[in-house]
Ligand binder design. Structure first.
Ligand code: ADP
Ligand code: MG
Length: 493
């Protein structure tokens, strides 16, 4: 039984002319209100050119009770992942194993050990900031009511909080303008079902709170960004709100820039960028191997990790977001170590699907059998972020066999596929072109947490808005910039 609005009831049918008008209004609102992304070209002219973000024409339906559940769980997930990041032995065991089979994890791990040794096991900055995003898909079966299931929890560079607020505003504007028409289904499009999304200001508040905790007037927040980042405006909105709400200035720099202009004071451990004192380092780069273009970029990360600037996230927190950690936390006993309250644990576990290792343990052996007997129920994931890295269904056995050595399997996890409703319809507008189809939406909930890794005291912990990303049902992944998906907003039902 599905309580999701299906194609028969929503979205309201529009005439060709109504669709065209809606698309023009959406495009122009986006361009004028900063719901934009840089144009996809390699030339310098691209810096001057932007386009509207791929967006759904209508907000997609999402059950209100499950939305509230996801939002309510965020502070619990924040605390869980802060605790994981602080558990040196736990992370060492996992990361050491991954480092043996995955070059990128190995490089990050070497850096972690080096920083640990130089600082004598006492980090220059005990405070860490997490701007996390926990992602969910709706799971439906023929017998049960829909439920939310966690896809992953991002601890580094969780994106789209800046634009997500705008997406909700855009859909609210279109409704108020009467552009959704009056056909059957339009009755669901009510102001109270289309909540204002506080994600942009919420994430800025996380950075502001960390800046306050650092406590040095006129210090800056350093945004570590990728060169030629197309999603720069998503980041810019956090910068603007940080200035507006907290009076804090941000500076954007790539790892290459920081290699050249970043300085670590060897006595005070202060980090300076072009002479300015850095209070918070906010990573929107550094999560993928291609960000490290030279040994100097690794030196840049080391400089930041050694400094007393508050890192968002620290290296340990970056590791905590590994897919392997998510797999290990599926085990009730492991989870109990971090979440002693059985009730709370139960609430988290209702959002889990099965995830198995591909090692020599009993579970690993079970995973091998499952890959042979029913690969169509699984997705295989390496320890990577940023989309486009997973292997789906029947492709899994062949992919694994093609790896040069079975020990490399340990770098992957095998995750049960979540089964979202298949009968939801919407249209996506991308570069002005409207395409209709059956869609799948992924809800991300943002959370901010500031904690002291020495005393394990949580200083701030709050939920910070959400993101709805929507893709066509026939596409496996939903990367917005990569061209598969779009931003959306929620229609609560
Ligand atoms: P990444 O770090 O690349 O974002 P994800 O784990 O989020 O990796 O996977 C990418 C996408 O693959 C998700 O956004 C979702 O669309 C799809 N996906 C991942 N895991 C599952 C799953 N268990 N069931 C169904 N779809 C999934
Ligand atoms: Mg993801």
């Amino acid at each position: 039984m599905s309580t999701i609005l299906n194609a028969a009831t929503y979205p309201p049918t529009l005439t060709k002319e109504e669709t065209a008008n809606l698309a023009i209004a959406l495009r122009d609102w986006s361009l004028s209100q900063g719901l934009i992304i840089r144009a996809p070209t390699e030339t310098n002219a691209a810096d001057e050119a932007s386009m509207h973000v791929p967006l759904t024409l209508h907000p997609s339906p999402f059950p209100k009770n499950l939305f509230d559940q996801a939002l309510g769980l965020q502070t619990v997930f924040n605390e869980l992942y802060a605790k994981v990041a602080d558990d040196y032995e736990f992370l060492t065991e996992i990361t050491k194993e991954l480092a043996g089979v995955d070059d990128f994890m190995s490089d990050l791990w070497k850096l972690y050990l080096e920083v640990d040794e130089i600082s004598g096991g006492v980090p220059a900055q005990p405070l860490t900031l997490g701007l996390f995003r926990s992602d969910y898909l709706l799971h439906t079966t023929s017998t049960a009511e829909p439920s939310i299931r966690q896809v992953e929890l991002n601890t580094i560079s969780a994106s789209f909080g800046g634009l997500s607020s705008r997406a909700a505003d855009c859909h609210r504007f279109l409704r108020k303008s009467g552009l959704y028409g009056t056909a059957a289904g339009s009755e669901f499009l009510k102001d109270e079902n289309m909540p204002v999304n506080p994600s942009a200001r919420g994430l800025a508040r996380g950075l502001g709170v960390a800046h306050n905790a650092y406590g040095v007037k006129d210090s800056i927040v350093l945004f570590v960004v990728q060169q030629r980042e197309r999603n720069a405006f998503d980041q810019r909105w956090l910068e603007y709100y940080l200035l507006e709400d907290f009076g804090v200035v941000s500076v954007r720099a790539s790892l290459e820039d920081i290699a050249e202009f970043g300085e670590l004071d060897s006595i005070t451990q202060e980090l300076r960028y072009k002479g300015r004192h850095v209070a918070v380092v906010y990573y929107r780069a550094g999560y993928t191997p291609t960000d490290y273009t030279s040994p100097a970029t690794w030196e840049a990360r080391k400089k930041m990790e050694l400094s007393k600037a508050i890192k968002c996230p620290s290296l340990a927190t970056h590791f905590a977001g590994a897919k392997k950690v998510q797999q290990v936390l599926i085990d009730e006993l492991v989870l109990a170590k971090f979440v002693p309250d059985a009730d709370v644990r139960g609430q988290l576990r209702t959002t889990f699907v099965d995830i198995l290792p591909l090692d020599d343990t009993e579970l690993g052996k079970k995973a091998r059998t499952l890959i042979e007997t029913c690969p169509e129920k699984y997705v295989l994931k390496p320890q990577r972020e940023g989309g486009g890295n997973n292997v789906y269904r029947e492709k899994i056995p062949g992919y694994l066999k093609a790896l040069k050595d079975e020990t490399l399997w340990r770098g992957y996890i095998l995750m049960e596929l979540i089964e979202p409703p298949q009968d939801v319809r919407n249209a996506i507008i991308r570069a002005g072109k409207v395409t209709e189809g059956n869609v799948i939406s992924e809800l991300g909930v943002f959370g901010c947490v500031l904690w002291d890794s020495k005393s394990h005291e949580i200083k701030q912990n709050f939920e910070a808005g959400w993101l709805l990303r929507t893709k066509f049902a026939d596409s496996e992944e939903g990367g917005v910039a990569a061209g598969f998906g779009s931003i959306d907003s929620v229609l609560l039902i």
